[in-house]
Design a protein around this ligand. Structure first.
Ligand SMILES: C[S@@+](CC[C@H](N)C(=O)[O-])C[C@H]1O[C@@H](n2cnc3c(N)ncnc32)[C@H](O)[C@@H]1O
Length: 278
């Protein structure tokens, strides 16, 4: 027996409300995805009956969500910078807070620039910048083959021909110099208790965790950065909300000028940037 749209939504909300703060939005997203329709459709046609196939797919999705799997992995997609991105278990789900680094990049980009995005994952930062600035050429790298595959699919989906995506262990396969380097590297400490909780446990460990209290990758990116930056060009990294002082220290010790940090929309220190002194 199948149910109507309204009845499935009510029952799904009842089940999800115990474990999911965004239970209504998540139930609607799953239903929209299975029906291949937008949210407006759900409220325009509440009495419409689901097919058995739709019921089965929804039942399977609901079980996955109830176990804690993020909706983005279930539906294979996440919106970032008002652009849809394909995501899977090999790529971090792009976060709204990461839009702060995109805003800072756009603010510091001279015309016809060359940009490097280190640890591109789904390609979120690189492709958002590329969309806004078609005059710029962007290199987006990641050491994960699966991330490169996903970022390439996203680039092709958005027809952004100004982005080159390739595999590299940080700067290892990168050549030339850049007018801006951006990175959202792994920055969580291996002992952080949040890693085993909620959605984080579904995301790739290598995208989240770094040695030295989460600072090892940031340290490497900042220390090596000046070799790849043009004169007076900027490097910016995303970091944890409690890492501002440590990250500023890394920039200053490495010899960057005008080191400063920017907060995310929740008022947490999120991005630190510095200018190449040479
Ligand atoms: C926090 S995720 C950021 C993904 C994406 N930039 C975003 O903001 O959604 C960090 C990314 O760095 C990549 N990464 C980790 N270690 C790396 C390394 N040694 N070289 C290159 N990329 C690396 C991971 O595969 C992952 O895609």
């Amino acid at each position: 027996m199948t149910r109507s749209i309204a009845s499935w939504l009510n029952e799904a909300c009842e089940q999800l409300r115990q474990c999911d703060d965004n239970f209504r939005r998540d139930a609607e997203t799953l239903l929209s995805w299975v029906l291949g329709k937008n949210r407006v459709y759900l409220f325009t046609w509440p009495e419409k009956m689901l097919t058995q196939e739709q019921e089965n797919k929804l039942a399977e999705s609901l079980v996955r969500r109830l176990k804690g799997e993020p909706v983005a992995y279930i539906i294979g997609e996440q919106e970032f910078w008002s652009m849809p991105f394909y995501v899977n278990r090999h790529t971090l789900i792009p976060r709204p807070d990461t839009e702060v680094i995109v805003e800072q990049a756009l603010k510091h980009l001279p015309p016809d620039s060359r940009v490097l995005d280190l640890g591109t994952g789904s390609g979120a930062i690189a492709l958002a910048v590329a969309k806004e600035r078609r005059d710029c050429r962007i290199d987006a790298v990641d050491f994960s083959e699966q991330a490169i595959e996903q970022a390439t699919k996203n680039r092709d989906r958005h027809c952004l021909e100004n982005v080159s995506i390739y595999q590299s262990h940080w700067y290892q396969s990168v050549s030339g110099s850049f007018d801006l380097i951006v990175s959202n590297p792994p920055y969580i400490d291996a002992e952080d208790e949040h890693l085993s909780k909620g959605g984080l446990s579904y995301e790739p460990y290598s995208a989240l965790v770094a040695e030295d209290n989460g600072l090892a990758d940031i340290q490497h990116i900042v220390n090596e950065g000046q070799k790849y930056l043009n004169r007076h060009s900027w490097l910016m990294v995303e970091h944890g909300w409690q890492q501002k002082d440590a990250v500023q220290d890394i920039f200053i010790k490495a010899g960057y000028h005008r080191v400063t940090s920017v907060q995310d929309y929740g008022g947490n220190d999120r991005v630190t940037l510095g200018q190449n002194s040479e």
